[in-house]
Design a protein around this ligand. Structure first.
Ligand code: SF4
Ligand code: SF4
Ligand code: SF4
Length: 167
């Protein structure tokens, strides 16, 4: 996937005013349904992992804050129709994760933290001769849970837009 649509740590911290950064959302929220978000904050308060925030355009998921366990409490707490009701849409994220060039291995430092954190085994490690093992993320297997990005010591794993099966 291209770099277009990435949300970077810098964008989040500075609230970039350049091209609108891509923001990850909680499961079951699409760009269309997000229009119904009143920013009441009920979902943010309900999340046991404290990974939700209020962005100017509605609820967002901070991939660096922790792992989404797909518990569904955010959807249950929402008084509007922002979250999809039915599986599988209710469990689908509008993003997947992507490992960037900020990964420690690019600096010759060995690290497998993301591979070990992924509950879906979506990250594999490719051995290389004369260089640290390379982490490879299978976007097709990624649920967007953010377990990897929240533990990455380099802040190297970004959320990127995924085509949803619903609008
Ligand atoms: S599904 Fe649960 S863990 Fe995931 S964002 Fe919603 S409340 Fe938080
Ligand atoms: S956890 Fe981060 S630094 Fe470590 S291998 Fe994965 S992407 Fe690279
Ligand atoms: S976001 Fe994707 S790659 Fe990262 S831990 Fe979750 S399933 Fe694995």
């Amino acid at each position: 996937m291209s770099a277009k649509g990435r949300i970077s740590r810098r964008d989040l911290l500075k609230g970039s005013t350049q091209a609108r950064p891509f923001l990850a959302r909680p499961p079951g929220v699409s760009e269309l349904t997000l229009k119904g978000c009143t920013r009441c904050g009920a979902c943010v308060d309900s999340c046991p992992e404290t990974i939700l925030r209020l962005a100017p355009d509605g609820v967002m998921l901070n991939p660096e804050a922790g792992e989404c366990t797909f518990c569904g409490r955010c959807a249950e707490s929402c008084p509007e129709t922002v979250f999809a009701d039915d599986a599988p849409m209710a469990h689908e994220m509008g993003h997947v994760m992507e490992i960037s060039a900020r990964c420690f291995v690019e600096a010759g430092i060995s690290c497998m933290t993301c591979r070990d954190a992924c509950p879906e085994e979506a990250i594999s490690i490719k051995p290389r001769v004369g260089a640290p093992f390379l982490p490879l993320l299978d976007a097709a297997a990624c649920t967007g849970c953010a377990a990897c990005s929240s533990v990455c010591p380099a802040g190297a794993i970004d959320a990127v837009r995924k085509d949803l099966n619903y609008a």
